[in-house]
Write a protein that binds this ligand. Structure first.
Ligand code: FES
Length: 191
């Protein structure tokens, strides 16, 4: 769990403070919570505490409003956040098969985050691109006419990119270890 001396938590609290200074009045609570979620990707407890302080409202009432609406998330999304549209047009075009494909391939359900925090899945309402149904947003980027094959294609590209990145990191780690060894030899020779 995050604490106030956690650098991430401090940074997030600062961002929340920057957002809420432009708002007042409990009537704006939902708009404030949405703005905080837009910025952080979720609503952390310390963020809701900041909001309640700013509005002079109880923590319980802020939390109560946030949990009442299902568009609010309380855990940070994965690095790759998959939003599967389940609005009417996408539902008719078999959006549920697309959702199931993501869930099966990633081994997590909607509203969950993978253990390595690389992926999270969320079911959302119409995102305004019905003509491209069924629609998925991957890290806010719109992907239309989704089907299980395209899900596989995305994951294949993701895995290849990840493997390449890991190899690159391995090479640069080996390189810096070698450099250190050489420097050490140099110092020993001088000594
Ligand atoms: S219903 Fe999915 S984009 Fe409108």
């Amino acid at each position: 769990m995050s604490h106030i001396d956690d650098p991430d938590c401090e940074q997030e609290t600062k961002k929340v403070q920057d957002i809420i200074e432009n708002w007042d009045g409990e009537k704006n609570l939902i708009a404030i919570l949405l703005a905080v979620q837009d910025e952080l990707g979720y609503l952390p407890r310390h963020g809701m505490i900041e909001v309640s302080r700013h509005l002079n409202a109880s923590e319980a009432s802020v939390y109560g409003v946030a949990t009442f609406y299902n568009q609010f998330r309380f855990i940070p999304p994965g690095k790759n956040h998959i939003e599967v549209c389940m609005g009417t047009a996408c539902h008719v075009k078999r959006g549920s098969i697309v959702l199931e494909s993501w869930e099966r391939r990633l081994g997590i359900g909607e509203g969950e985050v993978s253990e390595d925090r690389e992926f999270s899945i969320e079911r959302v309402n119409c995102v305004g691109c019905c003509v491209m149904a069924p629609v998925v947003l991957i890290n806010k980027e719109v992907h239309g006419r989704m089907d299980p094959t395209r899900v596989d294609g995305f994951l294949l590209r993701y895995n290849l990119a990840r493997e390449a990145q890991m190899k690159e990191e391995e090479t640069s780690n080996t390189g810096s270890k070698e450099e250190k060894k050489e420097m050490k030899h140099g110092e020993d020779d001088q000594g």
